[in-house]
Design a binder for this molecule. Sequence first.
Ligand SMILES: [Zn+2]
Length: 371
Amino acid sequence: MKEDYYEILEISKSATAAEVKKAYRKKAIKHHPDKNPGDHEAEAKFKKAAEAYEVLGDPNKRSRYDQYGHQAFEGGGGFGGGGMNMDDIFSQFGDIFGSGFGGGGFGGGFGGGGRRTVKGSNLRIRVQLSLEEIATGVEKKIKVKRKKLAKGTTYKTCSTCNGQGQVTRIQNTILGRMQTSATCSACGGLGQVVDSKPPNADAEGMLLTEETVSIKIPAGVVDGMQLKVSGKGNDAPGDGIPGDLLVAIEEKPHDRLQREGDNLHYDLYISISDAVLGTSKEIETVTGKVRIKIDAGAQSGKILRLRNKGIPSINGYGTGDLLVHVNVWTPKSLSKEQKEFFERMSDDEHFEPKPEKEDKSFFEKVKDMFS
Ligand SMILES: [Zn+2]
């Protein structure tokens, strides 16, 4: 069982954005690896807090987490929350450490000090999916414009930091002399600067190129979810590693089917004569059409449950159902003969409502549906 993000940061579910940030900063400072060298427990806590903040610090992710819990970010495809490494944490949350870290006491020299691995920036795209595609999973080929290192770009050692990637300063403070180190502004921590580049490349030696990226989307994704395709963001200069491509899932509304978690709902309208005599009807599902039988004497409001005809769970816990809501259509205009027929039936004992136990009330049905 994964720990609750609110519990990790020790805040209430109603905490404001400022309170979330403050709580994370407190945890990050307490468990910062520079403060706890060699302490793996502190490192694990530091990572956990960062993961919690990645979600709770982002209003969109937070609302998804509140709605779906951890499952909004987990599952096969390597979603946002999981598997953060230290570089991710420092590059994503640089701002939160503010002057207390990046520019001061702690510095960028994480993991042995000196030059850090530079990661290219992430790219973000949206992918629209139909319910049918979500039900089966789909592979999408998407054209992406990403910055790639131009052939012929060469680098030389940065003269500002002598290839160290950071500059060290001695400062006199009220606490005495303090050695602080900051990322070199001339090379951005890379330790290298562009020496020569092809004329069509930009200042960093990059070219904007269009590339077709194939994205495997697992079955059961939810609108607003984000998938990560590692290494398909912008290239990093020098020997850095490319950023990631972040794919936001958008669910296209369906004409006839309404999604509710992994279950689907379908409104079926039948005529009064079909309800009286019984019939069979073709129903559209996400995996093709199926024929269902309506017994004679069907009541309006009846719900037929087609097992496993919904959406597969993103976590692999089975498949939802398709709930067919039966609505009996009352004719709004009648011929003279039809009107006479119904007038004759107004006192007929067969037309008298006599609901029995199996004709459950709407509320009992709803209760049943969620049990
Ligand atoms: Zn430099």
